[in-house]
Design a protein around this ligand. Structure first.
Ligand code: 5GP
Length: 217
């Protein structure tokens, strides 16, 4: 049958991969929201960052982060292995380039949890990326969550809270914002953003679409 939607779906229409940058104050719940979304979108991949921060209890190397020494981090910068990197409350964090480029070439969406400085670097290099800012419902709630997490000292919590006031000013540079009041709702909102972005005409091969629509291969 010519020109049916089924025809188009069966044609293996290729969508271009893209990058989703997720930022928001430390304690906003970026990990929880992403973890709720991953099982429902198989071609959404997580970019594991490199950091010089020591692991928190329960964090696993090559799952949560690639935990590296200052020297190893220096070497990665020298070898141009990082797409972006920044210093956040005393430690360095960066995105390995290879994984992101490979996944995008495969047509997958890659999500990365990075701070506002890293997001600014991505905006320069890859303006077609999607920028999402996750907000805790209130400053008070953020403060409560950071204390409850129990993984950081009082001083680090103080620094992270101070940082959050600066970060929130940069929300104007983002495409979408999500308020993480209710985890399921926040995850649903992120899911919808990703699906909508996948439907952008700019992310498909329009010639292939036309051929499939006409019933040609
Ligand atoms: P945490 O220490 O709480 O895991 O992360 C601290 C901050 O570093 C968070 O705002 C997080 O988004 C940011 N971050 C994590 N990975 C990266 C990265 O690869 N690059 C940049 N620029 N920031 C990152």
């Amino acid at each position: 049958m010519k020109g049916t939607l089924k025809n188009i779906r069966d044609s293996g229409l290729q969508t271009k991969g893209f990058l989703i940058v997720l930022s928001g104050p430390s304690g906003a719940g970026k990990n929880s929201v992403m973890n709720a979304v991953f099982p429902t979108i198989p071609n959404l991949k997580y970019s594991i960052s490199v950091t010089t921060r020591p692991p928190r209890t329960g964090e696993v190397d090559a799952v949560n982060y690639f935990f590296r020494t200052e020297e190893e981090f220096d070497q990665m910068i020298e070898e141009d292995q990082l797409l972006e990197w920044a210093t956040f409350v005393g430690y360095r964090y960066g995105t390995p380039k290879g994984f992101v480029y490979d996944q995008i070439c495969l047509g997958n969406a890659v999500i990365m949890d990075i701070d506002i400085q890293g997001a600014a670097q991505i905006r320069e290099k890859m303006p077609e990326a999607v920028f999402v800012f996750l907000l805790p419902p209130t400053w008070e709630e953020l403060s409560k969550r950071l204390k409850q997490r129990g993984s950081d000292s009082k001083e680090v919590i103080r620094q992270r809270l101070a940082k959050s006031q600066e970060e929130i000013k940069h929300i104007v540079d983002y495409d979408y914002f999500i308020v993480n009041d209710d985890l399921n709702q926040a995850a649903e909102q992120l899911r919808r953003i990703i699906h909508s972005e996948w439907s952008r005409v700019s992310r498909i091969d329009t010639e292939q679409l036309e051929r499939a629509w006409k019933g040609e291969r």
